[in-house]
Design a protein around this ligand. Sequence first.
Ligand SMILES: Cc1ncc(C[n+]2csc(CCOP(=O)(O)OP(=O)(O)O)c2C)c(N)n1
Ligand SMILES: [Mg+2]
Length: 504
Amino acid sequence: MLLVTGSAHTYMRGHGLLQEVERRHGADNARVFDPIVKEWWQPSRTDELPFVLHRAWNQMVSGRPGPVLLDLPMDVQADAADVTIPDPEQREAHNGARPSAADIERAARLLAEADRPVIVAGGGAITAEAADLVTALAERLGAPVATTWMGKGAIDETHELNAWSVGDTASTSGNRLAATADVLIAVGCRFTDWSSSSWRRGVTYAIPPTRLIQIDVDPREIGKNYPVEVGLLGDARAAVADLLEALGPGGGPTAYRSTAYFEEIQARKTEWEDLKRAKQRSAAIPMTQARALFEVQAATAPDAIVVTGAGLPQSIVKQNWVTRRPRTHLTSGGFSTMGFTLPAAIGARLCRPDRQVLGIAGDGDFLQTMQELAAAAMLDLPVVFVVLNNSGWISIKGGQTNFFGRTAAVDFLHRDGSIYSPDYQAIGAAFGLRAEHVDHPDAVRPAVERALAADGPALVAIDVARELPDAGLDKTGWWDAPVPEFHAEQHAAQLAGRAEEQHR
Ligand SMILES: Cc1ncc(C[n+]2csc(CCOP(=O)(O)OP(=O)(O)O)c2C)c(N)n1
Ligand SMILES: [Mg+2]
C-alpha cells in the first residue's frame, strides 16, 4: 500500500501549523507511521517526486511487500515542475530472489529421506502466489499442510492433505502432526507465538528434534525463532518450484494413500473434525458462534471472501470456515485489530466486485467502525455484514477467566446488571442497509441467503451465546500470558509451561 499524507509547508515547518506534530521535530507526523511502514519519504521539492515515486513503488512491491509512506508538504503538492517520468521497466525489480541451487539440493535430500514430512504454510505462501505449488509439493511428498492464521487458504481445506491450522486457537490435527514431524518445511511464516503455541516444546512444534527447512524472502526471518537445518532465502513460489524440480517425478495420491503416515493424517483430521463438530452442529440457543458460521457458510459460494478482525469471531472463523482458495480468508491476523472487519470487507468488495463478500464481526469489533456502513450504503456495495452479538468482549472474558480466575469490565451491562445491547438490526436499517435480526440457528442460513440476494449492502445481526462453554472456542495449544503470583494455581501452570518453551 502506498500511503500519501499531506504535510506542513516546507517554509513553515515547526511553527505549529494546523494539525502539525512538531514537539521533537517540525512536520513530524510521518514518524508516527515509522514503525509500521517499510520506508517513508518527505520530499522538499516537487522535482524530487519522480525519483521518490519509483523508489517507493519498488520498496512497496519487492521483497516482503508492505506499506510505504509519502508525506507531501502542501507547497510541494501545489508547485509545478518540469520532470522526466522514469521508465518503470528500467526502475523496477522484476524477479523475486531464488535460493541457491546448493541449498535447494540439501533441502530436497532432507525431504526425500523424511518419514514424517510436514509443510507449514504462512501468509508468504499466499502473497507469493505459491498455493498451487505448495499443494503440488504436499502431493509429491505425501506431506500434510498445516496453515498459520495468514496462511489459511494456501491449500484447499477440503484437500485430503490439509491438516488444518497450527497454534493455540487452531486445530489438534495441525498441532499434533507438526509437533511430531521429522522434517518440517515452513513456507513464508514467522513462527509467531499464536501460531507456535508460544514455542512450547511438543505443543505445536518441537524444533529440535524436528529438522527445519525454512523458506522466507526476508533474511531476518530465517532462524529467528527456531534454528534451521536449511534456510532457503527467496521468493516462496520460486523456492517451492525449485524444490519440486530437485525432487523429480514421483509421489502422488497412488503412492501416498497406501502409507501408514497417510492413515495417521486422516485419523488426526477425523479427531479434530469430530471435536469441532460438537459446537459447529450444536442446537443450543443462544447459538454457538461455530453453529452460526456453519449456517452462514452454507448460504455462500465456495469462492466467497470472508473478512474478520478480532475476538472470538476471528478465531472461530479460522477454525470453522472451510477456505477453498487463496485470498478468500482476509484477517487482521496476529494484530487482531477490532474495527478491521467493516472497512476491510468494503475494500475487498471494491477490489473484487465479482465475489460475494462477508464481513463477520463481533459486536465489539462492529461498534468500533460501524460508521463505515455509510460508505457501503453510499456506494450501494453488496457486502453482507454479519454481527455476532454476545453483548460484550467475551474473548477477553474467557482470557480473564482462564488466566486470572475472575473477570472485569468485559460484559455490556446496565447499572442494574441486566444485559445491554444496541439494536443492531435498527442500526443497519438506519444507515440504509437491508437488515435482519436472527436468534435461532435454523434461521441463519435463509437470512444470509436473503442478504446475499439483496445485491446491495445488508446486515444480519445474530444473537450468540455469552456463557461458557457455548460462548467460547476450542483451545488447541498453549499461549504464554504471565499470571500474577497471587493466583497460585494458574501461576504455577504458567511457569510449568514456560519452562518448556524453545525460543532462544
Ligand atoms: C483495537 C483493539 N482494541 C482492543 C483489543 C483487545 N481485544 C481483543 S478481542 C476484544 C473483544 C472483542 O469483542 P467482540 O468483537 O465483541 O468479539 P467477542 O470476543 O465478544 O466474540 C478486545 C477488547 C483489540 N484486539 N483491538
Ligand atoms: Mg462480543
